[in-house]
Ligand binder design. Structure first.
Ligand SMILES: *[C@@H]1O[C@H](CO)[C@@H](O)[C@H](O)[C@H]1NC(C)=O
Ligand SMILES: *[C@@H]1O[C@H](CO)[C@@H](O)[C@H](O)[C@H]1NC(C)=O
Ligand SMILES: *[C@@H]1O[C@H](CO)[C@@H](O)[C@H](O)[C@H]1NC(C)=O
Length: 299
């Protein structure tokens, strides 16, 4: 290979790795979150994970100054010592894994002000990923969800595109569990697939001040292979103030709860507005519909 070509190949390989900041509401030690982290890292992305020290499910948009941690983290995933008071900490043997003794939004705030600089030297994240959360985040659950709280904060306050993932099959398991459930494997594959489709769009990835709320169905015998799944463009809530994008020969998108309750191997993908956590207006949905045109199936 000629040196120029070798160099070009190398720079293309490097360009493949995007800077991704990951958080969740289930806690930094949760299996779903860690499985996706490991998979994206193995694909060459440049990840930093910063998430609550414990399960903060249902924390909505809470954001409080982290306090000194006085007890070990969720699932015994960190140890604390009274001699060294810490409000956030890291896995000392594996870089890029951090806990913060507060909520998901606070975790992102601490990440951008105190952590990512160590790895990205002044560069911002390309994308924020929240989750996958163990359990659904559909319709009215969106407002109280810490997974969505973090994604909406990323979109509105950090001006970063954000993907929020949730899975109906619950697995409240630690990162180092030995009996890994199939749901963890499948959700990881699906989340990684959508993440690369969104990154392939190129900047700014999503319309201004928006996030995606993605809900995976329960993993059962017939929904296993990522190929078995259908991706359905949906809306978060049923009350529509502004019209939806025209899609699948309809003027109205199905709600995400309709998509998931219909059964089958269907995944709902709603575009949310960062500021309100409501469905983003049709003129923003158009960009998503067209940018991921080959992804969609009709309900
Ligand atoms: C920290 O990283 C080490 C080395 O990869 C791993 O064995 C351990 O399980 C990790 N612990 C946590 C809580 O991430
Ligand atoms: C986290 O908390 C929620 C709500 O309290 C609970 O339903 C869920 O099982 C908990 N998850 C874990 C991993 O403990
Ligand atoms: C996971 O790691 C924690 C903390 O080191 C430990 O207490 C627990 O026994 C480990 N679980 C397994 C299944 O290895």
């Amino acid at each position: 290979m000629r040196p120029q070509i070798a160099l070009l190949t190398l720079s293309l390989l490097i360009a493949h790795g995007y800077r991704i900041l990951q958080t969740n509401e289930d806690g930094w030690a949760a299996l779903y979150l860690r499985s996706l982290f490991n998979a994206l890292k193995a694909s060459g992305h440049d990840l930093v994970l910063v998430a609550p020290a414990e399960n903060k499910t249902g924390s909505g948009s809470r954001d409080e100054q982290p306090r000194t941690r006085l007890e070990s983290c969720h699932f015994n995933s960190c140890t604390v010592s009274p001699q060294v008071p810490e409000t956030f900490g890291e896995n000392k043997t594996q870089q890029r894994l951090y806990w913060v003794n507060s909520f998901p939004i606070t975790s992102l705030r601490v990440a951008v002000t105190r952590i990512v600089e160590n790895f990205w030297f002044g560069k911002r994240a390309d994308l924020v990923i929240s989750g996958p959360h163990s359990g659904t985040t559909l319709g009215s659950q969106v407002l109280s969800s810490g997974t969505i709280g973090a994604a909406a904060y990323a979109a509105e306050a950090l001006f970063l595109p954000a993907l929020a993932f949730s899975g109906a099959s619950e697995a409240d398991l630690p990162w180092n569990t030995t009996a890994i459930p199939e749901s963890s494997v499948v959700y990881t594959e699906l989340a990684e697939f959508l993440t690369s489709r969104v990154l392939d769009i190129g900047e700014p990835y999503l319309p201004d001040n928006t996030f995606l709320n993605v809900n995976f169905p329960k993993i059962e015998s017939k929904c296993r292979d990522p190929e078995d799944f259908e991706w359905i463009l949906s809306r978060i809530n049923s009350i529509a103030i502004e019209p939806d994008v025209r899609h699948c020969n309809k003027n109205r998108l199905p709600t995400e709860a309709e998509v998931i309750s219909k059964g089958g191997c269907r995944i709902s993908v709603s575009l949310g507005e960062g500021t309100t956590k409501l469905t983003a207006p049709g003129w923003k949905q158009i960009q998503l519909r067209d940018n991921l045109e080959s992804l969609w199936s009709c309900l």
